[in-house]
Design a protein around this ligand. Structure first.
Ligand code: SAM
Length: 234
């Protein structure tokens, strides 16, 4: 069992559990005092810990020893237009597994979703990181309009804008350096013409095709992150 916790992790450190964590460990997983679990908090690496106290509404773990160093993901954000609930959940889960450092839902001209459940999506990202052996949980940002996101784009961050009509990643990303990047995937209806024109004119954007077939947006997010990781990740 691997769990993400907020507390600092150090040898002998007692870690109080909240009700939800205690329910998962002691009611669902039926752990008893003395059982071992792995913990990470996004800063101190992965730690082996032992159950010291197990209760219905809480409990305590004690950190024993570090089992892996902290590994930060390469600095790539995934920006995407939210889809129906299950497919948005899928994108967030896969982005966390594939090592996105931050996940940013964006509203575009053809995006259907008016709102997202950020807390729910954040919980999906946490569960995916727990399950895939990561030591870092990407933050899921609030839904923002694309224009606002581009309006205060961080200096030095490049954008891999996924657009069917452009050249493939081998030619576009070859020669690009590592560092801060973001990937942008459009909604099912694609980008509007004004959005596409604005994106193509951005000096920090590189338009990339993901192949000759039109992929669904959730497939495109997985393919784009994989291709980016292969070209510029670690
Ligand atoms: N543009 C199409 C349209 O207007 O109906 C389809 C959009 S596609 C279903 C959703 C998003 O996935 C696109 O906006 C793009 O970001 C990405 N995408 C899908 N297939 C792609 C491909 N072959 N190359 C690059 N991006 C792709």
């Amino acid at each position: 069992i691997r769990l993400h916790v907020e507390h600092p992790l150090a040898e002998g450190q007692p870690l109080p559990l909240d009700r939800e964590q205690a329910h998962y460990l002691f009611t669902v997983m039926r752990l008893e005092p003395g059982a071992r679990v792995l913990l990470f908090n996004g800063r101190d690496g992965e730690w082996l810990a032992e159950v010291s106290e197990a209760g219905r509404r809480g409990g305590t773990l004690t950190a024993l020893a570090r089992t892996a160093p902290q590994r930060m993901p390469p600095d790539v954000w995934l920006c995407f237009a939210p889809l129906k609930k299950a497919r948005t959940d899928f994108i967030v889960e896969k982005a966390a597994e594939l090592g996105a450092a931050r996940i940013l839902p964006v509203q575009t001209d053809f995006t259907n979703a008016e709102r997202i459940r950020r807390d729910r999506l954040q919980a999906h990202a946490r569960e995916a990181a727990e399950q895939c052996g990561g030591t870092y949980v990407p933050e899921v940002a609030e839904l923002r309009p694309l224009a606002a996101l581009l309006g205060d784009w961080p200096r030095g961050r490049r954008l891999m804008f996924c657009d069917e009509s452009r050249a493939g990643p081998a030619s576009v990303l070859e020669g690009e350096s590592r560092g801060a990047w973001a990937i942008l995937i459009g909604p099912e209806g694609g980008f509007s013409q004004p959005e596409r024109a604005r994106l193509l004119a951005l000096p920090f954007a590189r338009a990339v095709s993901l192949g000759p077939r039109i992929l669904r947006a959730d497939t495109a997010a997985v393919a784009a992150l994989t291709l980016w990781q292969q070209a510029l990740g670690d």
